[in-house]
Structure formats: C-alpha cells, structure tokens
Design a protein around this ligand. Structure first.
Ligand code: RB5
Length: 146
C-alpha cells in the first residue's frame, strides 16, 4: 500500500517521525512535503495528498497540521476523498470500519506522537466493514456529483 503524507509548518515536527513509523510497518511512503517548518498554507498540502489518493497514485493519505481540521476541510472537497480529522485510536478504527476513510488528518499540536502513530497504524490496518455502512458511504459520495 502506498501512503501519501504531508503536513504544514504546525504539523511538520511529526511528519518525518510518522513517515518513519509507517515505513517501519512495511508501507511505501510518498512524502509530499514540506521540506522544512517554514510557514506554509495547509490547503496546498491537503490538496496534494487528496489529489494523489483521488487519482490512484496513492492508496491512502495522512495529513498533519496544528489541529487536523483545516487539512480535513480541504481534503474533503476533493472528489473521491473521505477525510477524517482523528484524535484517538477509537475514532481511527471507526473512520475505517464505518466511513471507509481514505485520508486521516492528525493534530501535530494537541496529540502526542505516540498516539498519532497508533492512529496511523489503526487507519492503515483496519478494513471497511461494508454491509449497512456501504449504502451510507455511497450517499456521502453522491455529494461529489453536485
Ligand atoms: C496553522 O497555524 C494552523 O491554523 C493549521 O496548522 C491548522 O491547525 C488549521 O486547521
């Protein structure tokens, strides 16, 4: 599985450690920047990762900003993307099982690295349950047709 990862300046302190952790789990990481913690606009990096997942050049995406919120708001605007801002492992599990999330957005300022690593692992290792959730996810994706 190819995992596209990016941050803004507020999430940069966790970007490389999260990438190393994900590589250590055996996944291919596509680093989509930034290269340092200079101030940047999070929508530019959310768009890179969301576009890579939407066009199939990556299978999943992980975004890290201060809260995870702005990244999620931006990524969810890209057709084909189901991005969730996640602060706990339980939410990561449900974002996969119930919502088939293909991008998660982490908080680099308010959530510890160890917790975010657990969230990333759960996001990558948990399958979508389908069943009753499939028709609900299909309704989410209908919104892309607006
Ligand atoms: C940057 O200061 C901050 O606004 C950004 O990282 C993020 O938290 C936005 O949602």
């Amino acid at each position: 599985m190819r995992v596209a990862i990016a941050s803004d300046h507020a999430g940069f302190c966790q970007k490389d450690p999260v990438e190393d952790y994900v590589r250590g789990l055996g996944y291919e990481v596509i680093d989509m920047g930034p290269a340092d913690d200079s101030r940047v606009d999070y929508p530019d990096f959310a768009d890179k990762v969301a576009t890579a997942v939407a066009d199939g050049s990556a299978d999943r995406g992980i975004l890290i900003c201060g809260t995870g919120l702005g990244m999620a708001m931006t990524a969810d605007k890209v057709p084909g993307i189901r991005a969730a801002a996640v602060q706990t492992v339980d939410f990561a599990e449900l974002a996969r099982k119930h919502n088939d999330a293909n991008v998660i957005c982490l908080s680099g300022r308010f959530v510890d690295l160890a917790v975010n690593e657990g969230i990333a692992r759960t996001f990558l290792e948990t399958d979508f349950e389908g069943g009753r959730h499939a028709q609900r996810v299909a309704k989410i994706m209908k919104e892309d047709e607006r």
